[in-house]
Write a protein that binds this ligand. Sequence first.
Ligand code: PIR
Ligand code: CA
Length: 319
Amino acid sequence: MAEKIILDCDPGHDDALAMLLAAGNPGIELLAVTTVAGNQTAEKVTRNALAVCAVAGIDDVPVAMGAQVPLVRRQAVAPDIHGESGLDGPVLPPANRELDPRHAVEVIIDLVMNHEPGTITLVPTGPLTNIALAMRTEPRIVDRVKHVILMGGAYGRGNRTPAAEFNIWADAEAAAAVFDGGWKRLTMFGLDLTHQATADAEVVARIKAIGSELGDFVGAVLDFFGSTYKARQGFDAPPVHDPCCVAALIDPTLVTTREAFVTVETAGHWTYGMTVTDFDDLFDEPKNAFVGTAIDKDRFWDLAIDAIQRLSDAKKEMQ
Ligand code: PIR
Ligand code: CA
């Protein structure tokens, strides 16, 4: 049975790849794409989500716009990595369909409350504002969600501050609520894992060799992401964080995880947004998360490239 997921994202170069993997792999049933301000404003990332749908032929999945600002802190976006549009690099096609008229938080609550308990997985790949708002608006979703598997945090070094990863730092109060939420299952894929999933030159070449409009689009996405990651963080190849969560749902043997108590720092001056990860039980707190430590990069890319190929083939057939 395919995993039913809601992808809550801020596209975003790597978010775009998460959308493609979710839509293009038969092991996933993508119930909705919901957006949240993060890499860019909510308006921009929502436009980008619709552009990805247009180029990939994702016609039947609702897309809903969500939170425009964090719960407490001031908004901060990431144009240094993702550009002014939030998805700089490729030509972005205009939307060819309407947004869902509901707020993302409503869509999340409606879907979770109208499906059997324990059947829907939430996949947040941006700041956790929508998820925090959804659990506060309808607390019964917490027990009904099968699994929250999120990209965010790090038990090692951060990327927005030495202590904090961007998605958590961008709305740490929301993240604190989500980590402390009491979910049946919570998985954190932080930078420790996602920095292993780099789009090396050979991978980009394989994607461009598909020879489709979508393959060229993803090629341009990765070229831009690679150039900013090189310039800003000195990486030889860009890490595509967000699709790691989707890949692990398709094939859990791709990743290694370790259970721990994880809590989000919201009071520290220098450490705001840090995901403090207690692998050694030093706090003596109940474990609340499975924490990703490793991913099989080659098999990860096989899955991602296969999804791009499938979506390309399906679109060709439609034309
Ligand atoms: C990536 C992101 C934000 C800032 C930087 N420097 C790099 C975005 C990605 O979309 C991913 O979800 C997460 N936030 C990684 O920090
Ligand atoms: Ca993201």
